[in-house]
Design a protein around this ligand. Structure first.
Ligand SMILES: [Zn+2]
Length: 153
């Protein structure tokens, strides 16, 4: 009887001291990982992924480069008028029309008339009979807007 009581008294005393350690690591490990995960993962990955991919894959940049080239073409479309009627867009009525030409006495007619007058003055009026010496005016047949003027000199 005495040995049994002594063994029972010694054995239960040692194990209780070694047992408590495993109880501490359990509770502190659970709360930390759960709290730290939600904060860094949610806000950071969603914002940068949404903003960067569209800029790298964007096709629009090349389209923007083509726009200035089209504007330069518009500026180069300067209508030049000659002796014959020309098809052009009237800036006043916005219609694409064939200009109506008209002769106007310009500087070349006067210059030739003076030149002829120096050689044989009675024949100076011949200069007014030459259509090629007259300036040509181009007008819109719809609104009579003056589209252009072709000067010989
Ligand atoms: Zn017009």
């Amino acid at each position: 009887m005495a040995y049994q009581k002594g063994q029972e008294a010694n054995n239960p005393a040692y194990p209780p001291q070694q047992a408590p350690p495993p109880a501490y690591p359990g509770p502190p490990q659970q709360p930390y990982p759960t709290q730290t995960q939600p904060y860094p993962t949610q806000p950071y990955p969603t914002q940068p992924q949404g903003g960067y991919p569209p800029q790298g894959q964007a096709g629009p940049p090349p389209v923007v480069v083509q726009q200035p080239t089209t504007t330069t073409i518009v500026t180069t479309q300067v209508q030049t008028f000659g002796d014959n009627p020309a098809v052009t867009k009237c800036p006043n009525c916005q219609n694409t029309v064939t200009s109506v030409t008209g002769r106007e006495c310009g500087g070349l007619v006067a210059l030739v008339a003076v030149a002829i007058c120096c050689v044989m003055w009675p024949c100076f009026w011949i200069a007014f009979l030459i259509p090629a010496l007259y300036d040509v005016s181009h007008t819109c047949p719809v609104c009579k807007y003056r589209l252009g003027y072709h000067r010989k000199i």
